[in-house]
Design a protein around this ligand. Structure first.
Ligand code: SF4
Length: 443
């Protein structure tokens, strides 16, 4: 009976989690002027006033989307401490900030370096200053939790065929106009569904009393219950729930689970080095390969992302790169080739590169999804530049997810729709010709 109840509870959990995945929806927020000013924006406004070339006047390529507020993510706005408490959000002291005069602080977690006045929030909307102390509002407040195949991250060279309990809170330090998870990444934490989600998952945690937060140790407990081999911090930008991610990663390590960071790569060097101590793998979105693209479509900058990739390499964290190929935005031969050359010269040819199909989302609705031929063209360029493991994702075409041995050309991992059908890697080597295949292949 006990076994039957346990099976029933697990089945209920899986159904519930599937049903509640990401259920918050964007509210119509009145356009407000951000109450923060980041050095990035400051620099931009200084630059534009000097040169008289307002960002809105920079000529766009023909047919391209014009992002109305492309130099920042969705505007932040104040939230009182009382409101934070009433909504059962967190007042968890943040790491990486510097108190300034007049009760202001500067957040040093990501390269935005927001200056935040007392009572205001940073650009990611989830870090607020009360009385000269910065607080992480989403610590312990997940809004999405799924037991995904690791191939969905995507990671093709990291424990293939395993499950990864994937967690997200609200918030992001980017403002990508094409975001596919915009309804949680660009949302305000006060509009999130964390209480519903915690209530659902608590059914699997019989001793759980506090239904206002999901502790790091409880995420680990859930991962164990669901037979996950890793925990992924993903869907939104996990860097903005840094403290929650780090504490969970520490607990996961103790329990023998791996940690996976799925990220835009916009994190300062110091916190990144700290995080790397507990990371086993990462997938970094390299969204395009020009500062102009990052500015126009993501409200951000490219250079820190490249720095992150270099640090992951230096720290010997296994990582793969995803490039979402968007028509008329980052799909030129020139940009793709430039990116591949940079990868080859700075990271090496063993880093797997995933070209992913764009599907219209959020504010970028003015163009069709990426044609398959464009993705094939991108993959061809990457191979010409020597990248050994090139994948096409977010399409339902057989063969594009397979890993081929660069030495003998045989299929060493066969995948279909993110499922592993065949794995011919033995002890990190091709079963057919014994060539070593880079990646993490055993637990
Ligand atoms: S983490 Fe958030 S508050 Fe901190 S600098 Fe980045 S965007 Fe600003």
């Amino acid at each position: 009976m006990r076994l039957q109840s346990a099976i029933a509870a697990v089945a209920t959990f899986i159904i519930l989690v599937a049903a509640i995945t990401i259920t918050v929806f964007s509210q119509n927020q009145p356009p407000e002027k951000p109450s923060f000013e980041t050095p990035l924006e400051k620099k931009t406004s200084e630059k534009t006033s000097e040169k008289g070339d307002s960002p809105e006047n920079i000529p766009l390529p023909e047919g391209s989307y014009k992002h109305p507020d492309r130099f920042s993510p969705r505007p932040s706005k104040s939230i009182s401490k009382d409101e934070v408490e009433r909504l059962k959000l967190a007042l968890h002291k943040a790491s990486y900030f510097k108190p300034l005069e007049n009760g202001s602080v500067q957040c040093l977690l990501c390269p935005r370096h927001c200056f935040i006045k007392d009572g205001d929030r940073g650009a990611c909307r989830v870090r607020a200053n009360y009385g000269g102390t910065l607080y992480a509002l989403t610590y312990g407040k997940p809004v999405a939790l799924n037991n995904d195949p690791i191939e969905k991250k995507p990671l093709n060279h990291f424990l293939p065929g395993t499950k990864s309990l994937s967690v997200a809170t609200i918030g992001c330090n980017f403002g990508c106009v094409f975001c596919q998870n915009w309804h949680i990444s660009q949302e305000y934490p006060e509009n999130g569904n964390h209480l519903d989600l915690i209530a659902y998952v608590s059914e699997l945690l019989p001793d759980k009393k506090d239904l206002t937060q999901l502790l790091p140790s409880e995420i680990v407990q859930l991962a164990k219950l669901l037979n996950a081999d890793s925990i992924s911090y993903t869907y939104t930008e996990p860097s903005v729930f840094f403290e929650y991610m780090l504490d969970t990663a520490k607990e996961a390590r103790k329990a023998g689970l791996k940690n996976v960071w799925v990220t835009c790569g916009y994190l300062e060097e110091k916190p990144l080095h700290e995080l790397c101590k507990y990371l086993d793998a990462a997938n970094v979105d390299l969204k395009g390969f020009s500062e102009e693209f990052y500015s126009r479509y993501c409200g951000s900058t490219l250079a820190p992302v490249l720095k992150t990739l270099m640090i992951l390499k230096e720290e010997k964290v296994w990582f793969e790169i995803t490039n979402l190929v968007i028509p008329q935005a980052n799909d030129s031969d020139e940009m793709i080739r430039k990116m591949c050359v940079w990868i080859r010269e700075n990271l090496g040819t063993d880093v797997p590169l995933h070209f992913s199909r764009f599907i219209p989302h959020y504010k970028l609705q003015d163009r069709p999804e990426t044609p398959f031929a464009t993705l094939q063209r991108a993959a061809k360029i990457a191979k010409e530049e020597g990248i050994k493991y090139v994948y096409i994702g977010n399409v339902w075409t057989k063969g594009v997810e397979d890993t081929l041995c660069p030495n003998c050309g045989k299929t060493i991992v066969k995948r279909e729709f993110m499922n592993v059908l065949e794995n011919n890697i033995k002890d990190g080597k091709c079963k057919f010709c014994n060539a070593p295949i880079p990646g993490v292949w055993s637990k």
